[in-house]
Design a protein. Structure first.
Lengths: 67, 133
């Protein structure tokens, strides 16, 4: 059971930091940059999530769908 | 103790999601999705044990292999579609959750067609021929 639970906290940390950067950039008046930061953070997180979901689906295929 | 790990993970993810939801709802949703994936990954070894037991019992009873494989696939489809539907419901997309569940039900129904046909044929063979046949 050596699953890496750190990924969840990593993602939550990325979310909080991106929110902070967004607030700072908005207060500086650079709304378009804030938008880009949010988008790129979201893409990074989505990539990590996709990797994990792929892992889960492969396992499910192994357990349920072989024979 | 797996259950302690899972409950602790679930509680901490719940509070993290509460914090994240005020600032970035999408990120909160991704965090809860990944927590769900992790919990399923932890549970999949247990599910594998149960499936092995079912397969062994079926082999002892000399069941047809095709039917057992179909039943296992149906259970898997039920788990996966339930998981996806719950994620969609969490995001507030109730209609998308309904569609995922509908697709799961339909696929299960289609996969059960051979079993249903076999049952109907058996029953028809058992019944005495009615109507002067």
């Amino acid at each position: 059971m050596s699953l890496d639970v750190n990924t969840i906290f990593q993602i939550a940390g990325i979310g909080i930091i991106v929110a902070m950067i967004q607030t700072v950039l908005k207060q500086m008046g650079k709304d378009d940059w804030a938008q880009w930061v949010t988008l790129i953070g979201f893409i990074v997180i989505l990539y990590m999530a996709a990797t994990l979901i792929d892992d889960l689906f492969e396992r499910i295929k192994q357990v349920f769908l072989y024979m | 103790m797996d259950i302690l790990q899972i409950v602790g993970l679930g509680l901490s993810v719940t509070f993290l999601t509460l914090i994240l939801k005020q600032r970035n709802p999408v990120f909160a949703l991704v965090v809860s999705l990944i927590a769900g994936v992790f919990i399923l990954l932890m549970m999949i070894d247990q599910i594998r044990l149960v499936m092995e037991m079912l397969k062994n019992m079926a082999q002892t009873a000399h069941l047809n292999n095709v039917y057992v494989a179909t039943i296992l696939k149906i259970i898997g489809i039920a788990y996966i579609s339930e998981f996806g539907a719950q994620i969609a419901k969490d995001a507030g997309q109730g209609s998308m959750a309904g569609k995922i569940e509908l697709a799961g039900k339909l696929i299960i129904l289609v996969m059960a067609i051979p079993i249903l046909t076999a049952i109907v044929e058996t029953v028809m063979n058992l019944m005495p021929q009615v109507g002067g046949g």
